[in-house]
Ligand binder design. Structure first.
Ligand code: ATP
Ligand code: MG
Length: 348
């Protein structure tokens, strides 16, 4: 495998409200990656419409996720922040990948099964093809590292399979054009830390999700202090006190979830959190967790509110990021056209 320049890509959908699962599993990690890598962070609006979105709400949602990125500490001048639909190359490469990926591969994706539910015949074709667009999002920049939550692991594996099949299917063209053995890198998922899968506050076996009908299942980044305190107070727990060791969290999904959230917010390990709170009552721990949440999330919420008052500024950030993203994606997509055998004409 040839050396590819390390480059980080990841995205968040502008669907519903952004929650601490998205923050701890993804956005907080995006912020950290800026120290060591060049990063491209995308508001994936093309993914959002795989399920019906009210157009005005979609527009608001795009700005809200962008505001969350900025408020959390992503620097749109040093790195790239943009919305997917402004860079047409994503959709274009996704089409090529639709013709590389196999029906059987996509049929195994658990996210499609979960989101389509029982009425699969009525799901959009886009929802089925979603992972192929996700592969294109990453590979249209030849990105090498993708920080995501645990739920996206399967899609990342599929992106690697697509990259590998493209490299093999077009091996002769790729070599002839001087790209060696591989035109696309096999992107690596970065799924790390104590909160790679934050669970619903109502049901410790279900992922916290934007699309959950119950708002009490999640903490939104826009929730006010009272709402956060209420939601933590009402979060499902069991009757036992917290254990002192990690092993004691086995088969206690709600307890494990809250300990993981605490650890991730405070940049500690679960073991350290248990050392402090083990043997204590849940109510004491919940109070400490709510306090920590207010301290860590309050400033982000306040900055999101400030940014929401200036949508023109957000739109300028997205336009600038899109221009810079396009400058990377265009020559890569041109090379894909050549490799596949299309005629480029006056595209240059
Ligand atoms: P939806 O229900 O619309 O799919 P979502 O909450 O899953 O929304 P996405 O935009 O699909 O949010 O995901 C954005 C990022 O957040 C991804 O990297 C995903 O892995 C991560 N993520 C989503 N939910 C969680 C969670 N509960 N815990 C940790 N990470 C999560
Ligand atoms: Mg999701």
């Amino acid at each position: 495998m040839p050396q590819f320049r390390p480059l980080v890509f990841s995205g968040v959908q502008p669907t519903g409200s952004v929650h601490i699962g998205n923050y701890l599993g993804a956005i907080k990690r995006f912020v950290e990656m800026q120290q060591t890598h060049d990063c491209i962070y995308c508001v994936v609006d093309l993914h959002a419409i795989t399920l019906w979105q009210e157009p005005a709400e979609l527009t608001d949602g795009i700005r809200r996720i962008t505001a969350a990125f900025l408020a959390a500490g992503i620097d749109p001048a040093k790195h790239i922040v943009f919305n997917q639909s402004q860079v047409a190359e994503h959709a274009e490469l996704a089409w090529v990948f639709n013709c590389v990926a196999r029906m059987g591969w996509l049929s195994r994706m658990t996210q499609f099964k979960e989101k389509a539910g029982k009425d699969r015949e009525n799901a959009s074709v886009g929802l089925f093809a979603y992972p192929s667009l996700m592969a294109a999002d990453i590979l249209v920049y030849r990105a090498t590292h993708v920080p995501v939550g645990e739920d996206q692991k399967q899609h990342l594996e599929l992106a690697r399979d697509i990259a590998q099949k493209f490299n093999l299917d077009f091996a002769a063209q790729i070599a002839a054009r001087g790209h060696g053995e591989a035109f696309f890198p096999l992107p690596e998922p970065l799924i790390q830390g104590p909160a790679t899968r934050v669970m619903s506050l109502r049901d410790g076996t279900k992922k916290m999700s934007k699309s959950d009908a119950s708002d009490y299942s999640r903490i939104n980044l826009t929730d006010d202090d009272d709402t956060i305190v209420q939601k933590i107070r009402r979060a499902k727990t069991d009757a036992e006190p917290l254990p002192t060791e990690i092993a004691g969290l086995a088969n206690r999904p709600e307890a494990e979830n809250l300990v993981g959230i605490y650890a991730a917010l405070d940049d500690r390990s679960k073991a350290e959190v248990l050392k402090e709170f083990g043997n204590g009552q849940f109510s004491t721990f919940k109070t400490a967790l709510a306090d920590l949440m207010l301290a860590k999330l309050g400033p982000i919420r306040n900055e999101m509110t400030r940014l929401a008052a200036d949508p023109a500024h957000i739109d300028r950030v997205l336009a600038d990021g899109s221009r810079r993203a396009r400058a990377i994606a265009t020559p890569i997509m041109d090379q894909v056209r050549d490799i596949v055998g299309f005629i480029r004409g006056d595209r240059g």
